[in-house]
Ligand binder design. Structure first.
Ligand code: PGA
Length: 259
């Protein structure tokens, strides 16, 4: 727990990367290199589906938690190519990313779909990492808050107060993902505070203050400490820099770097 009263959470989103052997190697390295920070920081890795089972056995009993990158909202059935929350729970996942901007952009996921996925994940004991974020054109037109408001309210629709405590919200400005352009800590904090206020409206102050809000978008060892020093930034969802264990471990150790 930090001074904000929330346990920081750093999650690695491996996206569509790593063969099975590569994933196993990376999981072992992440486990070994992040151990020192285990009491203060929650560490999550989200490999591709094909590596979940093997990675689960590598990190079993350790401080590293397992997450998936997507799920369907139904328990089972005729949905060719899809994976259900029950299956994810079965192989040892505790987290699942829902509504990542790449899912929204390339696979047509709407806020309604994202909320169904988040609800389904919660119903099966998984913690959804619910992603929101504006595109560059929205920011340039001064529409960031309108977009974020719509996404937060739409993606969390139907989620009760006791459920939101198990969820994580990730603010990922789309223009910062994989581009090397991080939002400044001030830009990120402004949106995080806005998201926190939306959570207050939806769930009340006491609950909203307990919900963790991650930042994502070109997080690197060099910028994590400044981001984490902001009052409403409770962790990071890391893409590119999570594919290499030493960089990811440096991000997890952000306090050591910041001092
Ligand atoms: P990035 O990706 O760190 O490579 O920008 C972040 C994400 O998409 O979660």
């Amino acid at each position: 727990m930090n001074s904000k009263g929330r346990k920081p959470i750093i999650a690695g989103n491996w996206k569509m990367n790593k063969t099975l052997e590569e994933a196993k190697k990376l999981a072992i390295e992440v486990k070994n290199n992040t151990l020192a920070r285990a009491p203060e920081v929650e560490v999550v890795i989200c490999p591709p589906f094909t590596a979940l089972t093997e990675v689960a056995s590598i990190i079993k009993g350790s401080h590293v938690k397992l997450g998936a990158q997507n799920c369907h909202w139904k328990d089972s059935g005729a949905f060719t190519g899809e994976i259900s929350p029950i299956m994810l729970k079965d192989v040892g996942c505790e987290y699942v990313i829902v509504g990542h901007s790449e899912r929204r952009q390339y696979f047509g996921e709407t806020d309604e779909i994202v909320s169904m996925k988040a609800k389904a994940a919660l119903a099966h004991g998984l913690s959804p990492i619910v992603c929101v974020g504006e595109h560059l054109e929205h920011r340039e037109k001064g529409m960031t808050k309108d977009i974020i408001r719509g996404q937060v309210i739409g993606s969390l629709r139907g989620i009760e107060a006791e459920e939101i405590l198990r969820a994580v919200v990730a603010y990922e400005p789309v223009w910062a993902i994989g581009t090397g352009k991080t939002a400044t800590p001030e830009q990120a904090q402004e949106v995080h505070a806005f998201v926190r206020n939306l959570l207050i409206d939806l769930y009340g102050l006491e609950v909203a203050l307990k919900v963790r809000i991650q930042y994502g978008g070109s997080v690197k060892p060099a910028n994590i400490a400044a981001l984490m020093s902001e009052v409403d930034i409770d962790g990071a969802l890391v893409g590119g820099a999570s594919l290499e264990a030493i960089q990811f471990a440096e991000i997890v150790s952000y306090e050591a770097k910041g001092k």
